[in-house]
Write a protein that binds this ligand. Structure first.
Ligand code: SER
Length: 349
C-alpha cells in the first residue's frame, strides 16, 4: 500500500520537476510560487501565475535586474473563488497549481507555441485534440500568426474564438492583457479538456475585464510584448493518468478513499477540495474572518465542518486526511508542512 502511494506521489512530483527543468534548459529562471495572498490590493487572492509578474509586463520593474533573465518559469498556487459553486463536478477546483512559463520582452509567439507543443507531445507524449486562436475584434486583429505556427507544427484542428474565450485579462482593476491560444487534449472518455492557455500580452488595459468586454476600457500597446502561459496541473495529471475526472487522479484519490463510504460522492469531492484549499490559505498566513479573503477561508472551513456533522464523520478522519495532505504537498510546498500543526488545530477548534 505504502509503495503504491509513494509511486503515485513520485509521479506528480516528476511532472512538476519535468516542467521546471524543461524550461530551465531553455533559458528560463525558476521562480518560486508567490503567496496566495497577493500584494496587489485590487485582487482578493492569487488567481494566476502572471500576477506576481505584472510589473515586468508593464515595465515598472526590470526582470533582467531581478531574475537575471527576461524568461521565467513557475508552479503557482492559485485560488479561484468564482469556481466555488462548481466544485464537485468533473473539472472544477477552488485551489489548484498552475504551471507557467513567462517572457518579458524576450521571446514571443513562435517560441511560446513551439515550447508548449514540444512539452505536451514530446515530453508528456500526449496528443493535442485541437487548438483555439483569436478571431479578432474591433480593436485587435485576428491572430493569423499563431494559426500559421500551429499549421506548421502539423496541428490540423484550429478553431477561432472571440474576446470572451481567447482574450486574457486584465486581472484586477487594470493591467496587461492580450489574445491567447489554447491547447485541448482528450480525456479518457473522449471529452476535450482545455489544458494550456498561452497569452500574448500586447496591451495595457485601462479598466477591468468587465469594462474591456463592454467596450468601456482602452487598450494601449505595451512597450515590450510579453508571454504568459498557464496550465492547470491537476488537469494535466488527469490526462496523463488517463482518468475521466479530476478527482480520480492519484493526488485526490488517496484522500477521497479515507472518507466513509456513506458520504455522497459529490460531497466527498467538496470536502477534499475545501480541506486542500483551506490548508494552503492557512499556510500562507490567512485566518478565517468576516471579510474578504478571510471570509472565503471561513466559508471553506464551515462547509467542510457541516458535512462532517451531517455524516457524523469522526474528527480523527479529517485530522488524518489533513496530516497526509500536508505531508504530500509539504515535499514541494515547504510552508504547508511547516503549518501542518496550525492547519490541523484550525479544523479541530
Ligand atoms: N494568465 C493565464 C491564465 O491564468 C495564462 O497563464 O489562464
Amino acid at each position: 500500500m505504502n509503495i503504491v502511494l509513494r509511486n503515485k506521489q513520485m509521479e506528480a512530483q516528476d511532472i512538476r520537476k519535468n516542467f521546471l527543468s524543461f524550461f530551465k534548459a531553455r533559458g528560463h529562471v525558476i521562480v518560486p510560487s508567490s503567496s496566495l495572498i497577493p500584494d496587489d490590493p485590487s485582487v482578493l487572492l492569487t488567481t494566476a501565475g502572471m500576477q506576481q509578474f505584472k510589473k515586468y509586463y508593464t515595465g515598472s520593474a526590470d526582470a533582467m535586474r531581478d531574475f537575471g533573465s527576461n524568461n521565467t518559469v513557475s508552479i503557482q498556487k492559485a485560488f479561484r473563488t468564482s469556481d466555488i459553486d462548481e466544485v464537485g463536478d468533473d473539472t472544477h477546483l477552488t485551489f489548484f497549481e498552475m504551471l507557467g512559463n513567462f517572457s518579458f520582452g524576450g521571446y514571443f509567439k513562435k517560441e511560446a507555441i513551439c515550447y508548449a507543443f514540444d512539452f505536451i507531445t514530446k515530453e508528456m507524449e500526449l496528443e493535442i485534440s485541437y487548438v483555439t486562436v483569436f478571431s479578432g475584434s474591433q480593436q485587435v486583429p485576428k491572430d493569423k500568426e499563431s494559426c500559421a505556427i500551429w499549421q506548421e507544427l502539423g496541428v490540423e484542428d484550429i478553431r477561432e474564438e472571440g474576446m470572451e474565450d481567447v482574450f486574457w485579462g486584465p486581472t484586477g482593476s487594470s493591467g496587461p492583457c492580450g489574445p491567447t491560444t489554447e491547447m485541448y487534449c482528450k480525456n479518457t472518455q473522449g471529452k476535450d479538456v482545455e489544458i494550456w492557455n498561452i497569452v500574448f500580452n500586447e496591451f495595457f488595459c485601462s479598466g477591468s475585464r468587465e469594462a474591456l468586454l463592454s467596450g468601456k476600457a482602452n487598450l494601449t500597446p505595451l512597450e515590450k510584448k510579453g508571454i504568459d502561459t498557464g496550465m492547470g496541473f491537476e488537469r494535466l495529471v488527469m490526462i496523463i493518468e488517463k482518468k475521466k475526472n479530476i478527482f480520480e487522479i492519484s493526488l485526490f484519490a488517496q484522500f477521497l478513499e479515507l472518507l466513509p463510504k456513506e458520504v455522497d460522492e459529490r460531497h466527498k469531492r467538496i470536502i477534499i477540495d475545501h480541506l486542500r484549499g483551506a490548508s494552503f490559505l492557512l499556510a500562507d498566513g490567512l485566518r478565517p474572518s468576516n471579510k474578504e479573503a478571510g471570509y472565503v477561508l471561513r466559508r471553506l472551513m464551515r462547509r467542510t465542518l457541516v458535512y462532517e456533522y451531517l455524516y457524523k464523520i469522526p474528527a480523527h478522519v479529517l485530522d488524518a486526511i489533513l496530516h497526509d495532505l500536508t505531508h504530500e504537498y509539504g515535499s514541494f510546498y515547504a510552508e504547508v508542512l511547516s503549518a501542518s500543526g496550525i492547519i490541523r488545530e484550525a479544523f479541530a477548534d
